[in-house]
Design a protein around this ligand. Structure first.
Ligand code: AMP
Length: 522
């Protein structure tokens, strides 16, 4: 059992949350402002060389959009460098996410009066290998030991199931600010088994805002006969105004988008544009349908039918839009549950997973979040969570007859994790001394449609005629959904066995340096 508090973190696109599990109770830890979530916003103050994170960063965003970053999660796993300020203030996505995690750690420690080390962090189910690795690295930069990475919908389902259901088939629909996930999960006597998962790591509430901002600019130009100035400040104001209207439309039929003193080429004007729910839904219906298509694929892939679903769980702030609840009810014939808080369920589930790892969620324990004071005894002995990989993995092989390269899937989509799969290959040329292994993510038979994760040379091989060597390659996908690849020349002496792991992101030494160089948080 861990010596430090049992902690789960929901590192969200828009907001993040941290939860603590103790003696069967799970509570959300408030930040320094007393709020239960922390905006995932980072700013850098060049003058003091300090970072601002959360509400403070958000507050100064309108006046300093150039030194503020929102939705950093969208860049995780990419080589993007983010400039915060005019000079030399470049950050990697891992560093910026690391700053958000550091802030959550600080605030959590101040609240608990204990130091936080081991954590479970959630990621969108549809995050790929690099994005998961990047999240782990962000944790390391914040000085945290990431015990496990788990999927957001799985975490939400855990939060729900521990409290409300012993046997159920659950559809989780998770629409956050920047990502969408859907998962089908079977709960049976404490066993949480993800059947399939599908999503889009670049689709979220922000895309709804962007479409409405486009429409708004057009309306302003037509109704007020002005040309909207192209500036980051104004853009940020339009997005804020649209977001406010979107939130209002979740609880009323119509509202007005107000932008006082809107700057345009001839001066400023007070702008007021009415919008109703119907218009909002029309403007954004394609986005909603994209999410419904993703859910449909779950049924096609698994053979489950909508009538097999006992419960639909809504997770993520953007599921508050009325269109989501209405469309899911119409399409799948189940009214989504209101039993979980869409903003907190993921962090609570992450803390529950941390408690499972610490052996705290055993039969007889009190396995319910404190937010609901009921004690629900469970008939099961232990709580077990089995997740799947949404991402398939494969390699390029050479056909021995035609010498044409072809794609071979090694780990199929929706395989339960951890997973281990091997295949045997051989050389195509005479006396080949090394063989190249190209590791891809994807299951498209067209090689170029898959994403190359890494490629490495296995060698020196015992030099033999083409087709004679036996090269065994093993893909090991761990519980975090992160892949390692081992390859060996079977006929070599055992002592010569070569083991190779693709390296994504940073080495431990690089991480240590980056952690030390992370700016202090004001
Ligand atoms: P999350 O990443 O889960 O914090 O979700 C943030 C997204 O939820 C943003 O796109 C918000 O605009 C959106 N959101 C939050 N509250 C509401 C609401 N009441 N109505 C519609 N969208 C909301």
């Amino acid at each position: 059992m861990s010596e430090t508090p049992t902690i789960g973190i929901d590192l969200g696109t828009t907001n993040s949350a941290i939860a603590h599990a103790e003696a069967g109770d799970i509570e959300i830890l408030p930040g320094d402002t007393g709020d239960r979530t922390t905006p995932s916003v980072v700013a850098f103050d060049e003058a003091t060389e300090q970072a601002l994170v959360g509400r403070q960063a958000k507050k100064q965003a309108v006046s300093h959009p150039d030194r503020t970053v929102f939705a950093i999660k969208r860049f995780m796993g990419s080589d993007e460098v983010i400039l915060l300020g005019p000079r030399d203030c470049a950050f990697t996505p891992e560093e910026l996410a690391g700053l958000i995690l550091k802030k959550l750690k600080h605030d959590g420690e101040a609240y608990l009066q204990e130091s936080i080390d081991d954590v479970v962090i959630t990621v969108p189910a549809y995050f790929n290998d690099r994005q998961r690795q990047a999240t782990k690295h962000a944790g390391a930069m914040a000085g945290l030991t990431v015990e496990r990475i788990i999927s957001e919908p799985t975490a939400a389902c855990l939060a729900y199931g521990l409290q409300w259901a012993d046997d159920a088939t659950v559809l989780v629909y998770d629409l956050g600010g920047g990502t969408f996930d859907s998962s089908l999960i079977d709960i049976t006597d404490g066993l949480f088994e993800v059947v399939a998962t599908n999503g889009d790591t670049r689709l979220g509430g922000n895309d709804w805002d962007a479409l409405v901002v486009e429409w708004l600019e057009d309306r302003i130009e037509r109704e007020y006969d002005v040309s909207v100035t192209d500036s980051p400040q104004l853009e940020s104001r339009l997005f804020d105004a649209v977001k406010t209207a979107k939130h209002e439309l979740s609880s009323r039929r119509s509202t007005t988008i107000s932008i006082p003193f809107l700057e345009h080429d001839e001066g400023t004007t007070d702008v007021e544009i009415p919008i109703d729910r119907q218009r909002f839904d029309e403007l954004t219906s394609d986005l909603l349908e994209t999410t419904i298509d993703r859910v449909e694929r779950l049924f096609v892939e698994t053979g489950y039918r909508p009538q097999d679903i006992d419960e639909i769980l809504l997770v993520g702030g953007a599921t508050r839009m009325g269109q989501v609840r209405r469309r899911l009810t119409d399409r799948f014939g189940v009214t989504p549950s209101k039993r979980i808080n869409p903003d907190e369920a993921v962090a609570i589930g992450a803390a529950a997973q941390a408690a499972i790892l610490d052996g705290e969620l055993e039969h007889g324990g009190e396995r319910h979040p404190r937010q609901n004071a009921q004690h629900l005894p469970s008939p099961s002995d232990t709580v077990v969570m089995l997740d799947v990989t949404p991402q398939p993995f494969g390699v390029v092989l050479i056909d021995q007859e035609t010498y044409e390269p072809y794609y071979h899937v090694v780990i199929e989509r929706n395989t339960p994790i951890p997973a281990r799969e091997s295949y045997v290959t051989t050389t195509a040329r005479e006396y080949q001394s090394e063989i190249e292994i190209q590791v891809y993510q994807g299951d498209n038979s067209r090689i170029e449609e898959n994403e190359l994760l890494d490629s490495f040379e296995l060698g020196p091989l015992l030099e033999r005629p083409a087709g004679e060597p036996t090269i065994e390659v093993t893909f090991i996908l761990d519980e975090n959904g992160i892949l390692n690849v081992h390859a060996r020349d079977v006929d070599h002496d055992v002592g010569d066995e070569i083991e190779i792991q693709p390296v994504f992101g940073f080495t431990d030494d690089e991480l240590t340096v980056m952690q030390q160089n992370l700016p202090p948080i004001r």
